[in-house]
Unconditional design. Structure first.
Length: 227
């Protein structure tokens, strides 16, 4: 039995830049144990978000492997990779990416509507989304649209949405980056609670050293390399 939910080996990623190449990730390798919180800390431009996108199947590396439950996600076709990502991974982005015309409930239920393909009724899916929104303290805000919610509330909707398909692994990109200290603390407590109660695995990237407080392991990154 494999104790690692995700393994990355010798990851390189470059982007074109002014006629040259910008080498963002320079041979990164890591193993993520199941049920742990791993926090990757580094300054702006260190390669944190790029790393998260590669680990989550959103951006091809030029070199290296990413294994999720022993499957190399960049050696399979796009449909199979999308299926694994939708089933196994939840994403929490810094800028929330909520759909402005949808309510909190509709935003939260969206991943399950994509995955469900008719197996559960809309009522059942809405009930699950409602429970998740209750769990993140938004029971009174379910029918509000993003422009009617504070930044902290929008981030909690994003967390509920990420949890909708009950993923084993959550990837969080600067989850406290746009929050004040009170909402940052609330979010960190929520992530710890989810990890403790649901045994979900987290990879969190941040420039904020205080995120280390929730971590089982802290990895530091600078200039595309782990320190």
């Amino acid at each position: 039995m494999n104790d690692y939910i995700l393994e990355a080996d010798n990851i390189h990623k470059s982007y074109p830049s002014a006629g040259d190449k910008l080498h963002v990730l320079k041979g990164l390798s890591l193993k993520i144990p199941k049920g742990k919180i791993i926090v990757v800390i580094g300054p702006s431009g260190a390669g944190k978000s790029t790393l998260l996108h590669v680990l989550g199947g959103l951006d091809y590396p030029q070199k290296g492997r990413v294994l999720i439950d022993n499957i190399d996600i960049y050696k399979i076709n796009d449909n199979k990779r999308a299926s694994i990502i939708n089933k196994k991974i939840g994403f929490v982005f810094q800028f929330y990416h909520l759909l402005p015309e949808f309510t909190a409930l509709e935003n939260a239920v969206l991943p399950a509507m994509i995955k469900n393909t008719g197996r559960l009724s809309k009522r059942k899916l809405n009930q699950r989304a409602q429970i998740l929104l209750n769990n993140v303290g938004l029971s009174e805000r379910t029918h509000h649209k993003p422009n009617e919610l504070s930044g902290g509330e929008q981030q909690r909707v994003a967390v509920a949405r990420a949890l909708m398909n009950e993923p084993e692994l959550l990837l969080c990109d600067e989850p406290t980056g746009n929050l004040d200290s009170e909402n940052s603390n609330r979010l960190m407590e929520l992530l710890k609670k989810l990890n403790r109660e649901k045994k979900q695995t987290f990879i969190i990237v941040s420039h904020d050293d205080s995120m280390a407080e929730v971590a089982d392991k802290v990895i530091k990154i600078k200039d595309g390399k782990f320190l």
